[in-house]
Design a protein around this ligand. Structure first.
Ligand SMILES: *[C@@H]1O[C@H](CO)[C@@H](O)[C@H](O)[C@H]1NC(C)=O
Ligand SMILES: *[C@@H]1O[C@H](CO)[C@@H](O)[C@H](O)[C@H]1NC(C)=O
Ligand SMILES: *[C@@H]1O[C@H](CO)[C@@H](O)[C@H](O)[C@H]1NC(C)=O
Ligand SMILES: *[C@@H]1O[C@H](CO)[C@@H](O)[C@H](O)[C@H]1NC(C)=O
Length: 532
């Protein structure tokens, strides 16, 4: 045989050996995953299956559009903690082939009482090439109520499950996810991200504070930071109505909001139905008294009681000496989410926001029958103190110490609607201030933590009002983490459902977007980020 032929044969056998030894270099195998190792937890089971050309149907507002044509390897892991009697499910979707994977891992948060939403949040990210992770934290997944898990059989608060919800699961999902992705693709993920809004935003901050090595980038929308304080304060609008002896209709609240927006809209030089310069906006709700409005065909005269309720909601709850206990809603935020009412046989009564109502019932009072509707100013203050004393250590995610995260090179991007109707915008500003104070006033916090406020945007940009909602926040974070390009602006656009359509830029706090005085007011290019 010629040496040339021998060489070719040798080459082929080397090639064959490579194919046999590394079959996954050609295609990944969605089976036989080694069990991930998770300190402090035992893995009970692991299962996996390929999903080909898979569709996840829309489920607004968590998933607004169907996601079709998904090809992933789905892995489910169940785990448990000693003495917790819990079963935690972690689910990861790995883009089926290496070429479809963008090399990144993203962990996705939950909302309200749910730690995660499974396929509804995994689908859009897996479709974009992320290996995406979700967990139920061992809860029942019901975002509307903690009734299924809050209390143990003996009637005491299940602090193990609350701990899962608060913090533990945030870490464990990504510990598992990193191992599963590394095993599937035979190389570790290059970058690890967090994204979530509301509860999901809170979970992101937990990671930054307690698990600083887990994520390279954290995107937290409208984060539920000072949980034990702000959640109780969400009941204040109900207290204000009760103590005024007056429950305004949604129509009256809408009239008050509209008048305030009209008064402050043009302070930034642009009439767009959005208050963009809240600092300059002062609107006296008592100026409304005596005005006539049309509510569903009936003439209604705006009353002093309405004005007083609105004034109190904007001010927020007070201590017994009259100083602020917590924040109120910003002027321009829809009022009737927290000041909701319902019709009880012809009488309008208060309808407390479910997260606040159930936090007090199931956790602070450990009494599902507790009469939240009877809370007054004095009992609100007591419940506030009790909430903090009992649960701050477990769930507050408000530690200003981000030293570990900063040292690990992590980047934190928070955005918050300035007309948030559920979680006070001031909470995010306070947190940034707290972190700045902790680092010392000379420290340039923007090196690793940037806050973007979105004028006229409601809770998580769900769309009850008309401001421009961020459109490239994750891309901005990725560019910051991977290319060192820190975002000074984030692109934003009003939603299709908004009254008018425009694009804007959200500015790095404390800058605000200012109209250049000449360009098209409906496009972002006509605005610059300036000091207030
Ligand atoms: C993972 O869990 C979900 C929810 O229980 C289930 O629908 C799915 O079939 C499971 N997948 C695998 C691979 O076990
Ligand atoms: C994928 O599924 C859709 C229906 O959801 C179907 O119309 C399409 O033919 C499928 N594509 C392949 C390649 O199977
Ligand atoms: C463990 O949880 C199950 C329900 O998930 C419950 O029936 C059982 O009583 C619990 N056991 C203990 C010791 O709490
Ligand atoms: C309306 O009245 C009925 C009969 O008294 C009562 O059962 C029901 O709970 C009331 N509804 C509300 C919302 O209060």
């Amino acid at each position: 045989m010629s040496t040339r032929f021998m060489t070719v044969l040798g080459g082929l056998s080397v090639l064959a050996a490579m194919v046999i030894a590394h079959p996954t270099s050609l295609s990944q195998h969605c089976s036989n995953f080694p069990r991930p190792e998770i300190a402090g937890a035992s893995v009970l089971s692991i299962s996996s299956a390929e999903l080909n050309n898979h569709t996840v149907a829309a489920f607004p507002p968590i998933l607004n559009q169907d996601v079709v044509g998904i090809n992933v390897c789905e892995v489910n892991v169940t785990l448990s903690h000693p003495n917790a009697n819990d079963t935690v499910h972690v689910q990861i979707w790995l883009p089926a082939s290496k070429s479809e994977w963008n090399g990144r891992l993203i962990s996705l948060g939950g909302s309200a009482w749910a730690a995660g939403h499974g396929p509804l949040t995994l689908a859009p990210y897996a479709a974009k090439g992320f290996a995406a992770i979700s967990t139920d934290a061992g809860l029942d997944g019901n975002l509307l109520s903690p009734a299924g898990w809050a209390l143990k059989d003996d009637g005491m608060v299940n602090t193990e499950l609350l701990t899962n919800f608060a913090s533990r699961s945030v870490h464990e999902m990504v510990v598992a996810g990193k191992q599963l992705a590394a095993s599937y693709y035979q190389k570790p993920a290059a970058f690890s991200y967090w994204e979530g809004c509301s509860t999901g935003g809170r979970q992101g901050l937990v990671a930054a504070q307690q698990y600083p090595g887990d994520f390279d980038g954290i995107l937290a929308g409208a984060p539920a930071i000072y949980w034990t304080k702000y959640v109780v304060s969400e009941l204040w609008p109900q207290v204000a109505m009760r103590e005024a002896g007056y429950y305004p209709s949604a129509c009256e609240f809408q009239a008050a909001r509209t008048a305030a927006v009209a008064a402050c809209d043009e302070l930034d030089g642009v009439k767009d139905g959005v208050i963009s310069d809240l600092a300059k906006c002062s609107f006296n709700p008592f100026s409304l008294v005596g005005k006539k409005i049309n509510c569903n065909g009936n003439e209604v005269v705006l009353s002093k009681q309405l004005a007083s309720v609105v004034d109190k909601i904007w001010q927020g709850p007070k201590t017994s000496s009259g100083s602020p206990l917590w924040y109120g809603l910003n002027i321009g935020a829809p009022l009737d989410s927290l000041a909701a009412t319902l019709d009880a046989n012809g009488t309008r009564v208060g309808d407390p926001f479910f997260v606040a109502r159930d936090w007090v019932r199931y956790f602070v009072k450990a009494d599902p029958e507790f009469a939240v509707q009877d809370i007054d100013s004095a009992s609100l203050r007591n419940i506030f103190a009790e909430s903090v004393a009992k649960f701050s250590d477990i769930i507050d995610s408000s530690s200003p110490d981000l030293a570990g995260f900063r040292r690990a090179g992590g980047k934190l991007l928070i955005w918050h609607g300035e007309a948030d109707n559920l979680i006070f915008t001031q909470d995010s500003i306070r947190y940034r201030d707290d972190v700045q104070k902790h680092l010392g006033n000379g420290y340039d916090i923007d090196q690793f933590f940037r806050l973007f406020l979105a004028p006229g945007v409601d809770h998580c940009g769900l769309g009850s009002i008309d401001g421009a909602v961020p459109t490239n926040s994750l891309e901005s974070l990725v560019n910051w983490v991977e290319n060192g390009k820190a975002p000074q602006e984030i692109a934003a656009a009003s939603l299709p459902t908004a009254a008018s359509h425009f694009t804007r830029k959200l500015c790095q706090y404390p800058l605000v977007a200012k109209y250049d005085g000449k360009g098209d007011q409906t496009i972002a290019a006509s605005y610059r980020c300036v000091r207030r």
